[in-house]
Design a protein around this ligand. Structure first.
Ligand code: TXA
Ligand code: MG
Length: 315
């Protein structure tokens, strides 16, 4: 699994591999994705195998633009409004699948819907352009573990299962896309993510937070899990704990300190979250995390932290 700097030549090679049904990892603006040609059943099945992913968990299909998305899914007026406003970008829309399309049934994992995203990061856009295919891509980590925001994370987590890892540096947003379901009458927040609820509600109106495994199978209780034990909402540190902090007023006594954002900026914290979970996990078996505000990107940060702290036997 070579890790190669993303440039014209390596992107062209990656596009060829995708067209040949192979797996390629690449940076998007959110996290690194593990991609395959979404119209190739065997290639999509290989994603599930490489991630060790429960087969009931459907995948996001990345496409070049709204026109390509509308060939695969049926867009309501609200879905189209959201797409026009936020694409290309960190928004995934779950919409009804069109019948008789050239798209693996496995990406929908048995559901009658499909999750679609038009990404903005240059490497994945070039891959969509060069390959001419829709690209199915979950985050490029073993199922249930921390999402990758750097090429090294992908190499450590998936290594041998991937034919090529394109290194485009750290991903700018650092959290997965926000997933909105536009299937019934009202749009539903299926997964908080890199675009904050407030921004989306300004365009789509109030978003209900979906509960339950059927609507969004990826929302397992234990996910993004480090090996270490995580203690949330910590206002003090006990001996031997590493600390994940936010802002300037941090409890003292930690073995190691990783500050998500010394200037208490939620965007900076989101971008640092997974890399700091990786780093803290490497130096300690116990990690304390200070309280993180709930507004804006804090909703998604707290969602990921709660899953990272959940008992691991649940998933
Ligand atoms: O930022 C991202 O979204 C990254 C990059 C690579 O694009 N991808 C990503 O994919 O996070 P993944 O597979 O790790 O998460 C996809 C989420 C899961 O929670 C899954 O259950 C949900 O989207 N999802 C996918 N298809 C769905 C569907 N048809 N109905 C409901 N939820 C769906
Ligand atoms: Mg994931």
């Amino acid at each position: 699994m070579p890790v190669l700097a993303a440039d014209r030549a390596t992107i062209a090679r990656a596009a060829e591999l995708l067209r040949a049904g192979r797996l390629v990892a690449f940076p998007t603006e959110t996290v690194y994705g593990l991609g395959a040609d979404a119209s190739n059943d065997t290639a999509v099945a290989d994603i599930f195998a490489a991630k060790g992913r429960p087969s009931f968990n459907p995948l996001i299909v990345h496409v070049a633009d709204l026109a390509q998305a509308e060939q695969l899914g049926i867009f309501s007026e609200t879905a189209r409004r959201l797409a026009v406003h936020f694409w290309p970008g960190a928004l995934t829309l779950v919409v009804p699948r069109r019948p008789h399309i050239d798209l693996s049934l496995l990406v929908s994992a048995g559901l009658e819907t499909v999750a679609l995203r038009v990404p903005s990061a240059p490497v994945i856009r070039a891959l969509l352009d060069r390959s001419g295919r829709p690209i199915a891509a979950p985050s490029a980590n073993r199922s249930g573990l921390i999402s990758p925001t750097r090429a090294e994370h992908v190499a450590e987590s998936l290594g041998v299962q991937v034919d090529l890892i394109l290194d485009g540096g750290p991903t700018p947003l650092g959290l997965e896309s926000t997933v909105i379901g536009c299937v019934g009458a009202d749009p539903v927040m299926l997964r908080p993510g890199a675009i904050a609820r407030e921004e989306l509600e300004a365009i789509a109106g109030p978003l209900r937070r979906a509960q339950g495994a059927i609507l969004s199978p990826g929302q397992l209780a234990s996910h993004y899990a480090p090996r270490a034990k995580l203690r949330l909402g910590a206002r003090s540190v006990t001996r031997g704990e590493a600390l994940i902090g936010f802002g300037t007023d941090l409890p003292s006594g930690a073995s190691h300190v990783f500050n998500l954002s010394p200037r208490a900026d939620l965007r900076e914290a989101a971008a640092n979250l997974f890399a700091m979970l990786h780093a803290a996990d490497a130096v300690s078996t116990q990690i304390a995390v200070v309280p993180i505000p709930a507004h804006g990107l804090g909703e998604a940060i707290n969602d990921r932290l709660a899953r990272a702290a959940a008992p691991k036997d649940v998933a």
